[in-house]
Design a protein. Sequence first.
Length: 158
Amino acid sequence: MVRYDPRRSRLRSSLKVVAIAVISVTSVATAFRLAAVAHADSYYQFQSPTGNIDCAEGVLNDQAFALCEIRDHTWTAPPRPQACEGAWGDRIGMEQGEAPSLGCHSDTVRGSGLDTLGYGESRSAGPITCDSEPSGLTCTDSSTGHFFVIARDSYELH
């Protein structure tokens, strides 16, 4: 006989919410080849002061990553790769130890009510630090020197 226990029901609901959050973090990270995991060490989402750039930054299984999407830009993205079936030309990301790249994606890090990373402020996850300046948002991997800059008028991958 199965009995209804409201305490277990609330626990299951809480576990479902945690599972959904981990799956969301994992789906964002796997866009840049991070392994699917059941444990997120840290994960942050934030936006630029203008609200034009939304970013996710975090550490999953000791592997840091950062990725940013831009709503409105004047630069032209390179041609869409043949294998890309999702959105293209509005997301830049990198994993710890890897060079940054434009990413093809079917998900988004955009959101409403995200914390704002004010001009002159930075946020770090592992060796990756993202800095907000009026000229754009820069994310740098201090372990390699790789970085990307994303702004309305230009982007840079290094």
